[in-house]
Design a binder for this molecule. Structure first.
Ligand SMILES: NC(=O)c1ccc[n+]([C@@H]2O[C@H](COP(=O)([O-])OP(=O)(O)OC[C@H]3O[C@@H](n4cnc5c(N)ncnc54)[C@H](O)[C@@H]3O)[C@@H](O)[C@H]2O)c1
Length: 358
């Protein structure tokens, strides 16, 4: 085992373990357990004769309409309120599992093994589910932490470069949000798409311990934890305008660049602090490794970007809510008017962020 720590939560504390090759040890033939998995894992799990509900990792799978299909599959596998679920997959499967486990017969126990880097560094802790309704991404959801999170870093070995970049962008965001020390510790690990296992494990632990600080101090997303939305409002607009062809974490990476440019165009930040410049350079370097990203980004329509930006649930009726930096390079939550100047600055921020890919 590499590391183990506990996350405090109002429902119950839960344990996080980072252990290589724990995937193989996770499954027993216990009749009570049903597996909700990313369909990437269906062949291997079916070959073990395990009862699975396979879920394609897509935004459609995260729609409210899709939940009844998953719940009916759970029922077909004769799950009772005493059954347990093991979920294996990235953020998509996690959102579905969190939601369905929280409501199936008023709640069943579940354990989670994240299989994407984004799941390992970020989403596996915090207990949130986010489900899409109509065109609105992540409009409904709840908090229902798993009993246990088990991370097998070896699963990252089969991930595409885009998925590795997505995870690194989120880890950079979390450590940056936690403060300069954590962010410079992250950079000292030389984060890149082909990290060796030792460095990857240290990065997982650093990112999760940084996020732990936010979720323990503000479990229900009312104050400090909101700062982890850095890059998300711009990022969700990029995901939506790109019809979800850009991975979530990659869109968040672009979204952070746009939010930082917005600080210069509209929030009166004339010069970014050194660690902010380091973040910009690191994220740009990561994003440039995603094949075809620049071509996809060039096709994005700015009116559509702004329309998706407008529909983000974090805004107020009369003001945009944007997380960006102040002059010291610390994250802050800004409420800014929906006037012509700010809309012009938003468009410029999207443009300049996308230009960094060239
Ligand atoms: N609930 C939360 O706290 C939270 C936090 C962040 C993101 N999210 C959500 O998570 C989603 C994105 O999740 P994600 O980035 O983890 O990716 P994902 O779940 O969308 O999966 C991305 C791709 O990787 C594949 N994959 C998964 N594991 C693999 C493995 N080990 N090897 C090879 N391929 C593998 C999947 O089949 C899919 O093709 C978004 O919908 C986002 O909104 C939720």
């Amino acid at each position: 085992m590499y590391a183990s720590f506990e996350i405090a939560s109002s429902s119950k504390p839960y344990k996080v373990t980072i252990e290589n090759n724990s995937f193989g040890k996770l499954f027993t033939s216990d009749k009570k357990t049903v597996i909700l998995c990313d369909d990437f894992f269906s062949p291997v799990l079916l070959s073990k004769g395990l009862p699975i509900v396979a879920i394609p990792a897509s935004e459609e799978s995260k729609s409210l309409e899709s939940m009844s299909g998953v719940i009916l599959e759970m029922r077909k596998l004769a799950m009772t309120r005493n059954s347990e679920v093991i979920a294996v997959g990235g953020g998509c499967v996690q959102d579905v599992a969190t939601f369905c486990c929280s409501i199936y017969m008023r709640g069943v126990v579940w354990r989670y093994m994240p299989s994407t880097l984004l799941g390992m560094v970020d989403s596996c802790i915090g207990g949130k589910s986010a489900i899409n309704v109509g065109q609105y991404k992540n409009l409904v959801g709840n908090f229902y932490p798993p009993q246990e999170v088990i991370i097998d870093p070896a699963l990252a070995g089969s991930l595409a470069v885009e998925q590795r970049v997505a995870g690194l962008c989120e880890a950079a965001k979390i450590t940056f949000a936690h403060g300069q020390d954590a962010f410079y510790q992250y950079l000292a690990l030389s984060p890149r798409v082909d990290m060796d296992e030792g460095a990857l494990v240290r990065l997982l632990e650093l990112s999760l311990r940084s996020k732990k600080w936010f979720i323990e101090i503000d479990e229900f997303d009312k104050r400090e934890r909101l700062l982890l939305n850095f890059g998300h409002t711009f990022g969700h607009a990029i995901e939506g305008a790109g019809r979800f062809s850009i991975a979530h974490g990659v869109a968040v990476g672009l979204g952070m660049l746009a939010a930082l440019d917005f600080a210069q165009y509209a929030l009166g930040i004339t010069k970014h602090a050194a660690h902010v410049v380091a973040l910009q350079e690191h994220i740009s370097h990561l994003l440039c490794q995603v094949e075809g990203l620049s071509a996809t980004a060039n096709k994005l329509n700015f009116d559509e970007l702004l329309a998706h930006f407008d529909s983000d649930k974090k805004h107020e009726a009369a003001a945009y809510t944007i997380i960006s930096v102040n002059s010291r390079g610390e994250l802050e939550r800004y409420q800014i008017g929906k006037d012509t100047n700010n809309r012009r600055a938003l468009r410029r921020s999207f443009e300049s962020a996308l230009l960094r890919l060239e």
